[in-house]
Design a protein around this ligand. Structure first.
Ligand code: BV8
Ligand code: ZN
Length: 252
């Protein structure tokens, strides 16, 4: 259940957040599934983490794929099909506008695999959990961008005929090294860190919030309810990111 938004408190907090964000020349953002909720994409814990009765942590794993690749692919075919019908929302666009304002000083780290930040025009994006429009061969590791087009039930590599898998980071898998390094660097060197629409329970991505604080950044969170990070942030903007982010950028 979301907290009813207290307009006065939110207004006050938006002014405080704008004070922290306005002077920042280097800004990093971490987004999670919540920023895509208003585009119509389900979040992970919103549906209490269940998909057709399976816990996400049980389907999005290499073991599940080894045991039942067709079941795991059904999960991703469904999510890819959803992507063909959704658009970025004002929250995604507000982050693209913020990047326009900051140029090279802006880095967007996303846990999302939906590609909506690209669709909204964001440029400097670090996809720390991969992307479901890309497919990776489990044999020769060749990666191809398949957009959101429908794929065969069990895609096989055109080169080596091995099973292909979504190019995402599953539970128990390491994050892409170079991308992770860039994310850590951007978060450590930023003056202001925005945390948007994440429950902040999945590591190591959630660890970026601690990192920002130790790096001395001001931390602003946007969420419809308190998250595991809320106790550590300087300003918590309690409201939907599709409304709050445009309001914040407007105040700059
Ligand atoms: C690794 C890609 C080791 C796939 C994903 C026990 C304790 C601590 C850690 C662990 C543990 N057991 C295992 C671990 C490690 C594990 C982990 O953290 N597990 C968690 C569940 C405890 N992590 C891993 O396994 C990582 N790998 O550790 O590898 C290693 C190291 C070296 C070498 C080899 C191995 C890999 C983690 C990545 C997993 N892949 N996604 C796919 O998408 O199918 S994670 C998946 O959940 C998403 O990518 C997303 O990033 C992540 C977290 O979800 P959120 O984005 O936060 O979304 P959620 O639904 O949770 O929350 C939404 C939020 O939005 C809510 O707060 C809600 O209030 C808010 N909201 C809703 N609407 C709005 C809104 N906010 C604003 N506006 C709105 N309108
Ligand atoms: Zn191959």
């Amino acid at each position: 259940m979301h907290h009813p938004v207290d307009a006065n408190a939110l207004n006050e907090a938006l002014d405080q957040a704008a004070e922290l964000l306005r002077p920042a020349r280097k800004v990093a953002v971490l987004t999670g599934a919540g920023i895509s909720a208003e585009s119509g994409l389900a979040t992970f814990r919103g549906s209490n983490g269940l998909w057709e009765g399976h816990r996400i942590e049980e389907v999005a794993t290499p073991e599940a794929f080894r045991r039942d690749p067709v079941l795991v692919w059904r999960f991703y075919h469904l999510r890819r099909a959803n992507l063909a019908t959704v658009q970025p929302n004002p929250g995604h666009h507000a982050l693209a506008a913020l990047e326009q304002r900051l140029g090279a000083g802006f880095t967007l780290v996303t846990q999302n695999v939906d590609g909506l930040h690209q669709a909204a025009g964001s440029k400097n994006i670090l996809e720390v959990h991969g992307a479901i429009r890309r497919v990776k061969c489990s044999g020769c590791l060749r990666v191809t961008d398949r957009g959101v087009a429908a794929l065969p039930e069990m895609p096989r590599c055109a080169e080596c005929d091995a099973l292909e898998r979504p190019d995402v980071v599953w539970f128990g898998e390491a994050l892409p090294e170079a991308i992770w390094e860039q994310a850590v660097k951007a978060v450590l060197s930023c003056e202001c860190f925005l945390v948007v629409g994440t429950s902040a329970v999945v590591y190591p991505a959630a660890g970026l919030i601690d990192l920002a604080r130790t790096g001395g950044s001001a931390v602003i969170e946007v969420n419809v309810e308190r998250s595991a990070a809320s106790a550590q942030v300087d300003v918590l903007l309690l409201g939907p990111s599709g409304t709050v982010l445009p309001e914040l950028v407007k105040r700059l």
